[in-house]
Design a protein around this ligand. Structure first.
Ligand code: NAD
Length: 303
């Protein structure tokens, strides 16, 4: 078997793969180079940089498996892969705790103004009065998308003494009960939450599902985090909500366009915390993701 590693993955996964396959590592491969060489490979491992479009997949005459080290497979044209009979695998469990921990970091950063206070101290200022925060204790967390990551965030917020409610039309009531959250409709979550966190996939249904109308329902003290996918929040509407103090603040790890334009209006605001799509970037999560997808290819190679 010949396998291309097209995006950087943990060394342990590559090491394991080498026991059963010829492995080519080219993590700076361009779309043109990929289109020209994809027919040489039986397997490919990607993260989010490499886009496996229908045009590229059409040329993948010998490809048996596409492995995405991580969760979302929105960079892979699944219809094209199915048409060619190519198996697509990912490692959805590998990053849940890591993304939940990043979400907690962003929640705490907003509640205690950590990133803006850090900037101020480094500028030689001592603006104690400006950085009055709020506690998480006794506050309400609202989760949109109560899956693997959403439920891990709830567990952590409960340890901080928070109550939790969630909107997830696909989650059975009994499962929500076991998770210790009140399952309700989106408007109720938006109206009653002090901290809102989004953990849904990007689909036609979720695209811009948090927009002007939804920001208008939120408390003017509410904080919102998006560590799911850019595009779920309408960034124009978010800017409007932040600049007009319709909400308390926001934190984003993901953007409608990545990286965002260098002159993004969001960069001008003090009430937003931004990270560069690193919610899944821990040594542990990346190691697990690489091992899991390598194992899928090893299983296929061994038949
Ligand atoms: P999951 O599939 O376990 O959970 C998603 C949940 O969203 C499910 O419970 C589903 O029922 C719910 N859902 C679907 N459509 C919905 C809608 N319209 N409204 C409300 N809920 C809806 O996925 P997960 O592992 O928890 O990951 C969630 C998302 O986080 C992924 O789709 C992925 O795009 C994103 N993610 C981002 C990073 C990052 O680096 N920032 C890393 C990993 C995952």
């Amino acid at each position: 078997m010949k396998v291309l590693i097209a995006d950087a993955i943990n060394e342990k996964g590559i090491e394991n793969l080498k026991e059963v396959a010829e492995v080519v590592v080219n993590t700076s491969i361009t779309p043109e180079e990929l289109a020209d060489t994809i027919h040489e490979y039986n397997g490919i491992i990607v993260r989010s940089r490499t886009k496996l479009t229908a045009d590229i997949i059409k040329k993948a005459d010998n490809l048996q498996i596409i492995a995405r080290a991580g969760v979302g497979v929105d960079n892979i044209d699944l219809d094209a892969a199915t048409e060619k009979g190519i198996m697509v695998v990912n490692s959805p469990e590998s990053t849940s705790v890591t993304v939940a921990e990043h979400t907690m970091g962003l929640i705490l950063s907003m509640a205690r103004k950590i990133s803006i206070a850090d900037k101020s101290v480094k500028e030689g200022k001592w603006e104690k009065k400006q950085f009055m925060g709020v506690e998480l204790r006794n506050k309400t967390l609202g989760v949109i998308g109560m899956g693997r990551i959403g439920s891990q965030v709830v567990n952590r917020c409960k340890a901080f003494g928070m109550d939790a409610m969630a909107y997830d039309p696909y989650l059975p009531e009994e499962v929500a009960k076991q998770m210790g959250v009140d399952l309700t409709d989106l408007d109720t979550v938006l109206k009653n939450s002090d901290f809102i966190t989004i953990h849904v996939p990007l689909t036609p249904e979720t695209k811009h599902s948090v927009s002007y109308e939804q920001f208008d329902l939120m408390k003017d003290t509410a904080y919102i985090v998006n560590c799911s996918r850019g595009g779920v929040i309408d960034e124009e509407a978010l800017y409007d909500a932040l600049v007009n103090d319709k909400i308390g603040g926001a934190a984003l790890d993901v953007y409608e366009e990545e990286p965002p334009a260098t002159d993004s209006k969001l960069f001008e605001l003090d009430n937003i915390v931004l990270t560069p799509h690193i919610a899944a970037s821990t040594k542990e999560a990346q190691r697990d993701a690489a091992i899991i997808v390598a194992d899928e290819i090893i299983d296929l190679a061994k038949g």
